[in-house]
Design a protein around this ligand. Structure first.
Ligand code: BGC
Length: 771
């Protein structure tokens, strides 16, 4: 590492926050803002002066500017602000834009209530970090928190108060393009990530009055990731047991970490759309979980209740408000209909007051009534955006997010010598490096893979390049997905592109193939029914393989892909997701061995799409299949094994780690006791490296059938070459609890198994009993 980077990494380290490895189940800070008598008095007094129209105006959220994500666009935003019809605005930033909007509200409206300014800051604001699925693959909660903290520093200096993040939807179907926006398939890890992001955005003290914080918005509440067939916006139908045990924990963890707001999701849940779902938004969220922030809808979701079949927009406005929605995003149904609905007795004054109160409380907590500008200035923005330590953190966190899926005969790390053939449609892309929801990230500042290889290897390596294939063979789709990007569609016949690439490859010592999906193929509205490499990329890889040169795949993609051929034939595979502003440098650091990869996947990679949904924490069934063989009259397939290609938690390193058998402090524990699990992990290879030791649990006997394994703890440890460490995990009875058939959270006596290992498949077990 050169001196510059050592210094900036040290600075970045200083920015890291002293956070626990994972969320505590109940964080007392979550409740602190609620009983603030000064806030209550302030809001009471203000509401006492408000007209009905002014109250309804507070519930209206409009979108301005560019990057419109939905089918509807807000019109006459400025005029509506001046009329007092707007509580918040999103999709614009910069101190000047924020000031201009805020001034309209302050100068033209009677009560001068400041606007709430929001934006989709999902994985960085100006300095971009890996997509959330990559962030989760770090298994490093300090890194996750740090990325959100930096995003908050930049976003708040850019005039924003509110970010539409974290996205905590559990996702087990890689056809759904939005899996890239969340932490993957596991409720425990997902909860840790959710809490870390909230802490990062709202600051270590959860004090939103600090001008360098932003309010988090937990989304998409709820169960959006369980859309049928992985098709975006689709129906969700799920048992309450599965909901409580597997899908709800990350939302709950984010709320317990103090998240100030929640976004209702587009999907329906057992027949009732989330945005009209009173059980969800009131009984569960507020009564059971004591949430006291505000609920905003997703984009136009109130109006979409009509398409869901719940009636016209006027009725939709009633249903949403009465369900517990406080703020209506873009569709303006509240603005249009609530006053009339009140006249007709369909909603009550108290219901409107309650929603208005929650909006005003959020603004109060953010300090907007004291300083509606929250200390923004061009100077502050200039001093904040893209600071060297932020850029260094982005590179460091990106390196941590990369997952080595295969490495035969030590193909990696590459030597800094000889000739590399850099092939593939993503090799030169800067735009794709940022992924979807790039916020204010400037892709022209992003480091492409090619640039990263040059930066890290310098002139020691000769780089030759060929595109080899287009990202997709469908020209129209290509143009749509690459909108605003820099890639061009090569119109030559596919075979000619492949021939050219082979010709380049045959002159090199090693091939690095940058293949995958474009950023535009992932994120919202990007479901895919085939999750192999798109277009002619597989044909390209087959031709490259035939050259006999070592073949290294650098994958850029936003979901698990089916990679059976690739796994059998490539010499090395590095999963890089969309790694952010510093992506190319981070990938090159790993390829050349300046950083030893330690990321682990947080979604199972299937062999073939027909295995989906596939996740490690499945039930045993009454006829469990033994081993990988298909087994007649067992729960298996005729044509493929049950086992995935890469299991949850899997990722290799340039070194190897060996685990001892876990030992338990006791064979039997009582309900008030803690079980200590110790395990030794040794670095048995030739390089220093980090390992994510994972602890899983199985409840062998219960009143309902329980998963074959559930993650209950993890530790990321650095082990020097040859070094051995003893790790200690503690399990309390709370860790053994689950929601039973009556939805009571209980631990049931009986036999348990605990497993420890480097991924969810390769583990060693020990047994204990709960008395
Ligand atoms: C997405 C949300 C996003 C919102 C605002 C919606 O289409 O589902 O995730 O926060 O738009 O841009």
């Amino acid at each position: 590492m050169n001196r510059f980077y050592r210094v900036v990494f040290l600075l970045a380290g200083a920015l890291q926050l002293a956070a626990p490895l994972c969320a505590q189940p109940s964080d007392p800070r979550a409740l602190t803002h609620r009983e603030d008598p000064k806030m209550q008095a302030f809001v009471d007094e203000l509401m006492g002066r408000m007209t009905l129209e002014e109250k309804i105006g507070q519930l209206n959220l409009l979108a301005v500017g560019f990057d419109v994500t939905g089918p509807v666009v807000s019109k006459d935003v400025d005029a509506n602000i001046r009329r007092g019809n707007v509580g918040g605005v999103f999709n614009t930033y910069t101190p000047a834009a924020a000031r201009q909007l805020q001034e309209q509200a302050l100068k033209a409206t009677r009560l001068k209530i400041p606007l709430l300014l929001g934006f989709d800051v999902v994985h960085g604001h100006r300095t971009m970090f890996p997509m959330p699925l990559g962030l989760a693959a770090t298994w490093d909660m300090q890194a996750v928190e740090q990325s959100a903290r930096i995003a908050a520093e930049e976003a708040s200096a850019d005039g924003l108060h509110w970010v539409f993040s974290p996205m905590v939807d559990i996702a087990r179907d890689p056809r759904w393009g939005r899996v890239v926006e969340g932490a993957g398939e596991d409720p425990y890890l997902g909860s840790c990530v959710a809490a870390a992001m909230v802490r990062g955005y709202q600051g270590p003290d959860n004090d939103l009055a600090q001008p360098n914080t932003v309010m988090a918005c937990v989304k998409h509440f709820a169960l959006y990731g369980a859309a049928e067939a992985g098709r975006d916006y689709n129906t969700v139908d799920m048992s309450r047991q599965r909901m409580y045990n597997e899908y709800l924990p990350p939302y709950k963890a984010a709320i317990e970490a103090g998240a100030g707001s929640v976004m209702s999701s587009f999907n329906d849940i057992n027949g009732i759309p989330a945005t009209a779902n009173r059980w969800l938004l009131t009984d569960l969220l507020r009564r059971q979980w004591s949430f006291r922030g505000f609920v905003a809808t997703d984009y136009n979701a109130v109006n979409e209740l009509t398409a869901h079949g719940l009636g016209d927009e006027q009725r939709a406005a009633t249903l949403a408000l009465r369900a517990g929605v406080d703020m209506d995003m873009v569709g303006e149904a509240f603005l249009k209909y609530l006053a009339d609905n009140l006249k007709k007795g369909l909603v009550s004054p108290a219901e409107i007051d309650q929603a208005c109160r929650r909006m005003l409380e959020a603004k109060y907590r953010l300090g907007l009534f004291r300083d509606p500008y929250r200390g923004i200035s061009d100077k502050r923005a200039h001093q904040t955006m893209g600071r060297p330590e932020f850029v260094a953190a982005s590179r460091d966190i990106a390196r941590r997010s990369l997952v080595l899926l295969k490495n035969e005969r030590q193909t990696l790390p590459l030597r800094k010598a000889g000739t590399i053939a850099l092939i593939g449609p993503l090799a030169r892309s800067q735009r794709d490096m940022l992924g979807s929801w790039k916020a204010a990230g400037d892709w022209q500042q992003a480091v492409s893979l090619e640039q990263g290889l040059r930066n890290v290897a310098g002139s020691a390596v000769k780089l030759m390049y060929a595109q080899g294939a287009n990202l997709t063979a469908d020209r129209r789709l290509f143009d749509q997905l690459n909108a605003g990007g820099e890639l061009t569609f090569d119109v030559r016949p596919a075979e000619e592109l492949i021939r050219e690439a082979v010709q380049v490859a045959s002159q090199a010592d090693v091939i690095v193939a940058a293949v995958g999906e474009s950023a535009g193929m992932t994120g919202e509205a990007t479901s895919r029914a085939d999750i192999g490499l798109p277009g002619r990329q597989l044909a390209l890889l087959k031709a490259l393989k035939a050259t006999g040169k070592p073949l290294v795949l650098v994958l850029m993609n936003g979901r698990p892909l089916t990679l059976t051929w690739e796994d059998e034939n490539a010499d090395a595979i590095l999963e890089t997701w969309f790694a952010g502003s510093q992506g190319g440098n981070a990938i090159a650091d790993v390829l050349f061995g300046a950083y030893n990869p330690a990321g682990k996947i947080t979604m199972t990679f299937p062999r073939v799409l027909g295995q989906v949904p596939i996740y490690y924490s499945h039930k045993n069934t009454g006829r469990p299949a033994l081993g990988d063989q298909n087994d007649k009259y067992k729960s298996s397939y005729l044509d493929v094994p049950n086992a995935p290609l890469y299991p949850f938690g899997f990722g290799l390193s340039y070194t190897t780690f060996t685990y001892g058998k876990p030992t338990l402090s006791k064979a039997t524990i009582g309900p008030a006791e803690t079980l200590t699990v110790t395990v030794t992990v040794q670095n048995t290879g030739n390089a220093d490296g980090e390992e994510v030791a994972q602890l899983y649990l199985r409840d062998l006997v219960g009143s309902i059938s329980r998963p074959v394994k559930e993650l209950k703890g993890f530790q990321k440890v650095l082990l020097k070459r040859g070094e051995r460490k003893t790790l200690t995990f503690r399990l309390s009875v709370d860790d053994l609890k689950f929601y039973n058939d009556d939805l009571q959270f209980v631990a049931e006596p009986g036999a348990f198994q605990v497993f420890v290992g480097g991924n969810s498949r390769d583990v060693q077990a020990a047994d204990f009993t709960l008395e």
